[in-house]
Design a protein around this ligand. Structure first.
Ligand SMILES: *[C@@H]1O[C@H](CO)[C@@H](O)[C@H](O)[C@H]1NC(C)=O
Ligand SMILES: *[C@@H]1O[C@H](CO)[C@@H](O)[C@H](O)[C@H]1NC(C)=O
Length: 310
């Protein structure tokens, strides 16, 4: 399939990051270090595909603590797993200070064993999307303004200066629609690269059949590249649900998740840094939207992860 932006092929390497998103809550509640270790080992050993070696986190803070670092960090160290770190940026300055504290504590506690695993650090996740009319209509929760994010990004740069993490790239993760919105270009200017989330499944304003989903995804990718001020655009979230309601013309099913994998994951993996959504979102109810790639309890893949010809 020749939908990969040709301009990128020149710089593409087989070394591009292959990752998954990982939330802090598993089927049994907040994940322990052992839960994270089992998950991180799982992604390196998925049948039918090359190892996945990076995990994207959404917060630095361990569940139920004020600012202790997440136990995902020692789990990453013991399993040699890379990390796209995330600081939650939509809960105000005090909460963001706690995120910075947790990051600084982790750097002090684990030193270069930790910082050598950092792929990048994201200041926020979909904060700009959540303040749009669409985000508000979808009750997506509290977001943050571009001005706030620019301030937080500077605070993050200041926090890691003169630490072993000083070389880490700083990014922000948001929907492609937020990146192409001119009101947010100051955030683009402030980051080292752009983390793009895109879900054709939710784009009911477009012809979002599974047949058209690959085209919608790569159009969104191309539109983001066009406004990226020359910076790299990496895919921080995408996927197609294996279960859930119909959205516009999008039907959630295992079969369609496999078709989306072929149309989107296969061109991306190995060529563009990608964190797939998601390994296992611990949704048991078939009426709930689930983006899981594997069966529960770190079981087998729900569909063939192979990419013919790759
Ligand atoms: C995205 O851009 C590339 C490079 O310009 C082009 O080859 C490809 O067809 C575009 N994809 C879509 C879906 O527009
Ligand atoms: C564009 O971005 C601004 C600032 O983040 C936001 O207030 C506005 O709602 C966005 N517009 C659309 C159409 O999403």
């Amino acid at each position: 399939m020749h939908i990969l932006p040709l301009a990128l092929l020149g710089t593409a390497t087989a070394q591009a990051i292959r990752g998954f998103n990982s939330g802090g809550i598993g089927p049994k509640g907040p994940k322990s270090q052992q839960d994270f270790e089992a998950e991180f080992n799982k992604i390196k050993n998925l049948p039918g595909t090359a190892p996945f070696t990076s995990i994207r986190l959404f917060t630095m803070i361990q569940h139920d603590t004020a600012s202790d670092p997440t136990v995902a960090i020692p789990a990453a160290i013991s399993t040699n797993t890379h990390l796209l770190l995330g600081l939650w940026a939509s809960a105000g300055q005090d909460a963001f200070n706690n995120e910075l504290d947790a990051l600084k504590k982790a750097i002090t506690q684990y030193g270069e064993k930790f910082t050598s695993l950092i792929d990048a650090i994201s200041c926020g996740s979909e904060d700009l999307y959540r303040i749009t009319p669409t985000g508000i209509a979808n009750k997506a929760g509290i977001g943050a303004s571009p001005d706030t994010l620019v301030q937080y990004i500077q605070q993050l740069r200041d926090a890691i200066k003169d630490t072993p993490a000083s070389g880490a790239k700083i990014t922000h993760v948001d929907t492609w629609t937020a990146w192409v919105n001119e009101s947010n270009f100051a955030v683009t200017k402030a980051v080292d690269w752009l983390g793009m989330d895109a879900y054709p499944y939710y784009e009911q304003e477009h012809e979002n059949t599974i047949e058209n989903a690959g085209r919608l995804f790569f159009e969104a990718y191309n539109k983001t590249v066009a406004v990226s001020q020359g910076k790299a655009v990496k895919v921080t979230e995408t996927g197609w649900p294996v279960a859930g309601p119909q959205f516009g013309q999008a039907v959630a099913s295992v079969e369609n998740a496999k078709r989306y994998w072929d149309a989107v994951a296969c061109p991306l993996l190995g060529d563009i840094d990608t964190w797939w959504f998601t390994l296992d979102d611990a949704k048991g109810d078939p009426n709930e939207i689930s983006f899981s790639t594997i069966k529960s309890d770190l079981g087998d893949p729900l569909f063939d992860l192979g990419c013919p010809g790759k």
